[in-house]
Design a protein around this ligand. Structure first.
Ligand SMILES: NC(=O)c1ccc[n+]([C@@H]2O[C@H](COP(=O)([O-])OP(=O)(O)OC[C@H]3O[C@@H](n4cnc5c(N)ncnc54)[C@H](OP(=O)(O)O)[C@@H]3O)[C@@H](O)[C@H]2O)c1
Length: 313
């Protein structure tokens, strides 16, 4: 299929493009400020917050299916730029859904586990969201805009880690860099999540598109843990001293956007719809380590390298 992926330079979009390309799909990627000049598929740069940009992208791509991952996904940036957060996270998804509805093509919209307040944990798709931050509020508004414009769209609430272009985007990369530098760091013992490896999530997204699932689904890992425990598991997997990670509380961290403590989501609805259990962070971490050993991060980053001038004088 001709698969349009917005946010193709982002942590999820990049790994999704890798998986989709590997599965034989024709990838059409939309990047924002960064680009992928050496990627083995078409990439268009566009500022999707600008009027007319989406229409131009749509005319260029003529997609058979769409995965919308682009967002203002930094929590603190959303607090500082609420209008941009509303435009990108709430309005744009509705506009994409209207275009997908008009063409009758499958759409997966990427939302977040952070639509919940994290007070209780164990959330199902039937639980009422209660977003705590500008990021989470605008992402919830985006979900609602998508399903209002296109009830046949799939909205996936996610949390993931993996290899990024910058090498610093995901929590796993952050822990790893500090461990490699033997720099002590804090890990929150009171923030729980159920992350998937971005590549595992990417394969689930392709399955959701093929199955044409509709509605809200939790596409999170099958096991949950604290961010501290995740850092310790990662340190052990990569052979670094876990003691470099200090147990800490998020309450004392002085972050601009409020963090929800127990973002543990049940994924039974998606597992039942796809007919198999979803992977867990354990399998994800094992695959993340294998990717590291196989040079996967460098191969991803090579897509961003400017073509070298081979001409001789
Ligand atoms: N990371 C997580 O653990 C997590 C957790 C829950 C939900 N999510 C959701 O998952 C999705 C992907 O997140 P991510 O971590 O992969 O994001 P990311 O690494 O921050 O990347 C964001 C992507 O959006 C693009 N973008 C931003 N502003 C744009 C604009 N004005 N025009 C065009 N493109 C623009 C960026 O392009 P450039 O970089 O080229 O400018 C980039 O490709 C988001 O919807 C996010 O809300 C992420």
């Amino acid at each position: 299929m001709r698969l349009l992926i917005t946010g193709v330079t982002g942590l999820l979009g990049l790994n999704l493009a890798w998986e989709a390309h590997r599965h034989g799909h024709e990838v059409l990627g939309v990047a924002g400020r960064r680009s992928l000049p050496a990627a083995p598929f078409a990439v268009q740069q566009a500022d999707l917050s600008r009027p007319g940009a989406l229409a131009a992208v749509w005319a260029w791509a003529r997609p058979d299916a769409v995965v919308h991952t682009a967002a203002l996904a930094h929590l603190d940036a959303c607090e500082h730029q609420p209008a941009l957060a509303r435009q990108l996270n709430a309005a744009l998804p509705g506009e994409i859904a209207a275009l997908a509805a008009a063409d009758g093509i499958p759409l997966v919209h990427i939302s977040t586990d952070a639509v919940f307040d994290g007070a209780r944990g164990g959330y199902t798709e039937d639980d009422a969201p209660r977003p705590l931050s500008t990021y989470a509020r605008t992402k919830l508004a985006g979900e609602q805009a998508v399903l209002a414009a296109y009830p046949q769209a799939a909205v996936l609430r996610v949390n993931f880690f993996g290899w990024s272009l910058s090498g610093t985007r995901s929590l796993a990369e952050w822990f790893l860099h500090n461990l490699q530098a033997r720099r002590p760091m804090n890990g929150f013992t009171d923030v729980f999540f159920c992350p998937l490896l971005a590549n595992h999530l990417a394969r689930l997204i392709l399955e959701v598109l093929t199955a044409r699932l509709a509605g809200v689904f939790h596409a999170t890992g099958s096991a949950c843990l604290s961010k501290y425990a995740f850092g310790v598991a990662l340190a052990r997997r990569f052979g670094y001293p876990p003691a470099l990670i200090r147990p800490a509380s998020v309450a004392q961290a002085g972050l601009a956007a409020r963090r929800a403590p127990r973002l543990t989501l049940r994924n039974d609805k998606l597992a039942n719809a796809l007919g198999h259990p979803l992977p867990s962070w354990r399998e994800g971490l094992a695959a993340f380590f294998a990717q590291y050993q196989q040079g996967y991060p460098a191969r991803l980053r090579a897509w961003a390298a400017e073509a070298t001038n081979q001409a001789t004088k």
